[in-house]
Ligand binder design. Structure first.
Ligand SMILES: NC(=O)c1ccc[n+]([C@@H]2O[C@H](COP(=O)([O-])OP(=O)(O)OC[C@H]3O[C@@H](n4cnc5c(N)ncnc54)[C@H](O)[C@@H]3O)[C@@H](O)[C@H]2O)c1
Length: 709
C-alpha cells in the first residue's frame, strides 16, 4: 500500500512503515493521514509479529508542521495517532537518523523501542517557540527517563547526540551501517528473546526524580533562562502533571496547556520570526527569467576585520576565495587572524585539524587585483572611504570577468555612487555583513536602482551556502538596521546626559529583552568607531547640540571602551565584565552641565519607551519608503543582527503587539515633552492608525497595487 508519503512494506513476519516527505520529513497532515492508513493495515494483519518505523531522505521526522500553529488545534489528532502506535500489540521499533526534533522525537517516544544511527541528533526545541512539546513529549519522556532529565532536555532546548541519548535513557542503542537492515535485525532479536510491546504510556514516572523541590528548582531555571516568557514554566507544570496522573489525564492537560501557549505573544512572536527568516530569501517582483548565477570562486578585497571573516565564510562553504590587500603586512595580519579563528574552532572540537587545513587551503592571498579574474563574486571590504572604494571598483571594472557580481561591504556609503565608478552598475550590489562576519547570521543585501535582478538573485542564493540570513534593502543611510539604530542610540546617550547611569539605561533595555544594552555594545565595538561615524556624518545630523555627546565626552577623555579598559563602564584586564565607574559618570555630568541639559529621574518604563519608540517609528519610515520590502524583513534584521528578542517578534511585530495607536500616542507624548525634532511620527504610522488598519492589510493593498501597475 502507498498513501502519498507513507508506505507499508513487508519483510517476512515484519512490517516496515516508511515515510518519505522531503526535504525533512515534517509531520504534515499528509504524513499523519498516511500513518493512520498504515496503522489500519497493520492492525488488520494478524500474521505480523513486529513493526519498524523509519524515514527515507536526510532525516527521521524532523518535527511537527509549524505552519499549522496558526490554524485549528491538531493535538487530538496527534494524540490519537501516537496512542494508536503505542497500542499496537506487536513490538514497534523507531529507527532514526538525521535531526529528530519536537514531534519527531515525540512519535519515537510512542514507539516501543528506539534505535538510531550514531550521527543522529535529538532535541525538544519547543520552548524557544513559546510552546511546550505538545504531542505527548511532556508526558512520555519523564516516564522513560524521569522528570528531572526530561525537564533538563526540554528547558535546554539544545540537541543531544545519539550517544548522549543512550546515556540519558530514551534511546535503546545506536546501530552502524544500513539502518533498515539493522532495524529488522533488532526487531527479530526482540522476537527471539520473547520481548513484546514496551509501552511508554504504561510506565510511571520515577518519584525520586519528581520531588516538589526539583520542580521548584526547574521553575527557577526556567525564569532565569527564559526571562519575560512563560513556556518554560508551563513545561514544568506539564511534567509535574505526568508524575501525578495517568497518561490519558496527562495528555489532556498537555493539550490544554500547549493550546494556551500558542496564543501568547511570546509564541506568536517567535513563530513569526521563524517564518520571516525562512521567507526573507524570497524576493517578490523579480522577473522569473532572472536566474541566480553559480558561484564557484570568490574574491575579497581588504584582509581586515571584515574581509578576514568573509573569507572564512567562503572557505566554510567550500568555495575557493582569493583575499587581496594593498600591502603584505595587511595580508599577513589577516591570514594570521583567519588561522586563529580556525584554530579556536579545532580547540573547541568544532573542526578537525584536517578540515582546518582543507579550509585554509581554499583561501589564497594576493597583492594583485589580476588574481581576481576568475572570481564569480568579489566583495570589497577596505576602509570606509568613498573615493577609495570608487578607485577599487574602477579597477574591478577592468579585471573582473563579465557578469561577475561586484559587492561592497560598506556600512554607510551610497552604493549607487560606488556603482558609478564602473561601466556595469547592474552587477554592483551591497553585501553588508555584521561583525564578526563568520559568526553573525545577518546579511543585508543592498540593491541600487540599477542593480540587475540576476545580481540580486545570485547574492540571495549565495547566502545559503554562506549560512547567512539575507534581507534585501534599498540604498539609504544606514540601510535597514543601522538606520533604525540611530534614534535608539540617540535616546540612550541623551538619557545618560540627563542623569541616568549607564547601568540604569542598559539594565532597563536588557530587562526588556535586548541581548545587550546599547551602551555596553558601544564599549565593545569601540567608542571611537562611533565617533568616526558621527564626524563623517555631522552634516546630516539634526541641529541638536547634545546629539551623541555622551560618546564624544568619553572619547575626549580617552575612554574608548573595552579596548582601553574604560568607556561607559570600567573593565578589568582580560575580562568583559562591566563595573560601574564614578569617573565616567562625572565626565557625563560635566558634559551635561556644559550643554545645559536639565537633570531628571528616569523610570524603567521611560528608558524603555524612549529607546524603543524611535526605533519602531523609524521602522515605519523604512517600510513606507520601500527601503525594506516587507515588515517581516525588518523584524529579521533586528532579531538576527541586533539582539532584539525573538520572542517579541522583531520591531514591527512588537509595534503591533503594543498597538500602533499606543506607539503613535507615545511619540506624541514625548514630542510634547522634548519637541518635535526627534519625535515626529512616521507618515505610515499616522496613516495606519488613522485608517484603523494593520501592517498586513497595508502590505496586501500595496501588493495589489503593484500587481495592477
Ligand atoms: N568592522 C565592522 O564592524 C564593520 C561591520 C560592517 C561593515 N563594515 C565595513 O567593512 C569595511 C571594512 O571594515 P573593517 O572593519 O574590516 O576595516 P579594517 O580596517 O579592519 O580593514 C580594512 C583592510 O583593507 C585594506 N585596504 C585598504 N586599502 C586597500 C586597497 N586599496 N586594496 C586592498 N586592500 C586595502 C587594509 O590594509 C585593511 O587590511 C568598511 O567599509 C566598514 O564600514 C565594518
Amino acid at each position: 500500500m502507498s498513501f502519498k508519503c507513507v508506505r507499508v512494506e513487508r519483510d517476512g513476519e515484519l512490517a516496515l512503515i516508511v515515510a518519505h516527505n522531503p526535504p525533512v520529513n515534517t509531520i504534515t497532515a499528509d504524513v499523519r493521514a498516511g500513518l493512520t492508513m498504515a496503522l489500519r493495515q497493520i492492525e488488520a494483519d494478524r500474521s505480523l509479529r513486529g513493526v519498524v518505523l523509519l524515514c527515507e531522505g536526510s532525516t527521521f521526522f524532523s518535527g511537527a508542521d509549524i505552519g499549522e500553529f496558526s490554524g485549528p488545534p491538531r493535538e487530538v489528532e496527534y494524540r490519537q495517532l501516537f496512542n494508536a502506535i503505542e497500542a499496537l500489540d506487536v513490538p514497534v521499533v523507531a529507527a532514526m537518523h538525521g535531526t529528530v526534533m519536537g514531534g519527531g522525537l515525540e512519535i519515537a517516544l510512542a514507539c516501543h523501542y528506539r534505535i538510531a544511527a550514531p550521527a543522529t541528533k535529538f532535541a525538544l526545541p519547543e520552548v524557544t517557540l513559546g510552546i511546550i512539546p505538545g504531542a505527548g513529549g511532556t508526558q512520555r519522556l519523564p516516564r522513560l527517563i524521569g522528570a528531572e532529565k526530561a525537564l533538563d532536555l526540554i528547558l535546554s532546548a539544545k540537541p543531544v547526540t545519539a550517544q548522549q541519548a543512550v546515556e540519558i535513557g530514551f534511546l535503546d542503542t545506536t546501530v552502524d551501517g544500513d539502518l533498515r537492515g539493522a532495524a529488522l535485525k533488532f526487531a527479530r532479536e526482540l522476537l527471539a528473546a520473547g520481548r513484546g510491546p514496551r509501552r511508554t504510556g504504561a510506565m510511571t514516572v520515577d518519584p525520586a526524580t519528581a520531588t516538589e523541590a526539583m520542580f521548584e528548582h526547574m521553575k527557577e531555571r526556567a525564569r532565569k533562562s527564559y526571562p519575560n516568557r512563560g513556556a518554560g514554566l508551563v513545561a514544568v507544570d506539564a511534567v509535574r502533571k505526568a508524575s501525578r496522573s495517568d497518561l490519558a489525564e496527562g495528555l489532556e492537560y498537555e493539550t490544554a496547556r500547549v493550546n494556551e501557549c500558542k496564543l501568547t505573544d511570546e509564541s506568536r512572536g517567535a513563530v513569526h520570526v521563524f517564518f520571516a527568516e525562512r521567507d526573507s530569501r524570497r524576493v517578490p517582483g523579480l522577473p522569473d527569467d532572472a536566474q541566480a548565477k553559480p558561484v564557484r570562486a570568490a574574491g575579497v578585497i581588504g584582509a581586515g576585520t571584515m574581509g578576514g571573516g568573509i573569507a572564512i565564510c567562503f572557505a566554510n562553504a567550500g568555495i575557493p576565495v582569493m583575499l587581496v590587500d594593498a600591502n603584505a603586512a595587511g595580508l599577513e595580519r589577516g591570514l594570521a587572524g583567519i588561522e586563529r579563528t580556525f584554530q579556536s574552532m579545532v580547540e573547541r572540537g568544532r573542526l578537525t585539524p584536517a578540515e582546518k587545513t582543507r579550509r585554509l587551503g581554499l583561501i589564497g592571498t594576493s597583492l594583485d587585483y589580476e588574481s581576481l579574474r576568475d572570481a564569480d563574486v568579489i566583495i570589497e571590504a577596505v576602509f570606509e572611504d568613498l573615493a577609495l572604494k570608487q578607485r577599487i571598483f574602477a579597477k574591478l571594472d577592468e579585471v573582473a570577468k563579465p557578469g561577475a557580481v561586484l559587492a561592497t561591504n560598506t556600512s554607510t556609503l551610497d552604493i549607487a555612487l560606488v556603482a558609478d565608478a564602473t561601466h556595469r552598475p547592474g552587477d554592483v550590489i551591497g553585501m553588508h555583513f555584521f561583525s564578526p562576519a563568520n559568526v553573525m547570521p545577518l546579511l543585508e543585501v543592498v540593491r541600487t536602482d540599477r542593480t540587475s535582478p540576476a545580481t540580486i538573485k545570485t547574492v540571495m542564493e549565495l547566502a545559503k551556502p554562506l549560512r547567512k540570513t539575507p534581507v534585501l534593502a534599498r540604498v539609504c543611510y544606514g540601510f535597514i538596521g543601522n538606520r533604525m539604530m540611530e534614534g535608539y542610540a540617540r535616546e540612550a546617550e541623551r538619557m545618560v546626559l540627563e542623569g541616568a547611569t549607564p547601568r540604569q539605561v542598559d539594565g532597563a533595555l536588557e530587562e526588556w529583552g535586548m541581548a545587550m544594552g546599547i551602551l555596553a555594545v558601544f564599549d565593545m565595538a569601540g567608542i571611537d568607531v562611533g565617533i568616526n561615524v558621527h564626524r563623517a556624518n555631522a552634516s546630516r545630523y539634526p541641529p541638536d547640540p547634545t546629539y551623541y555627546q555622551a560618546d564624544f565626552a568619553l572619547g575626549d577623555a580617552g575612554r574608548l571602551g573595552q579596548k582601553t579598559g574604560k568607556g561607559y563602564y570600567r573593565y578589568e584586564a582580560g575580562s568583559r565584565a562591566r563595573f560601574d565607574d564614578p569617573e565616567a559618570i562625572e565626565i557625563l555630568r560635566r558634559r551635561a552641565r556644559e550643554l545645559q541639559v536639565p537633570q531628571r529621574e528616569h523610570s524603567i518604563t521611560e528608558i524603555q519607551e524612549r529607546c524603543l519608540f524611535p526605533l519602531l517609528n523609524e521602522g515605519f519610515h523604512v517600510l513606507g519608503e520601500g527601503i525594506a520590502t516587507r515588515a517581516a524583513d525588518i523584524d529579521v534584521v533586528w532579531t538576527s543582527g541586533y539582539g532584539f528578542p525573538r520572542y517579541r517578534g522583531g520591531p514591527m511585530f512588537y509595534a503591533e503587539t503594543i498597538g500602533l495607536a499606543t506607539l503613535l500616542d507615545g511619540m506624541r507624548r514625548y514630542a510634547q515633552m522634548f519637541g518635535p525634532m526627534h519625535w515626529t511620527p512616521a507618515p505610515l504610522l499616522v496613516e495606519l492608525v488613522g485608517r484603523g488598519i494593520g501592517i498586513a492589510e497595508w502590505e496586501r493593498e500595496r501588493q495589489a497595487e503593484r500587481a495592477r501597475a
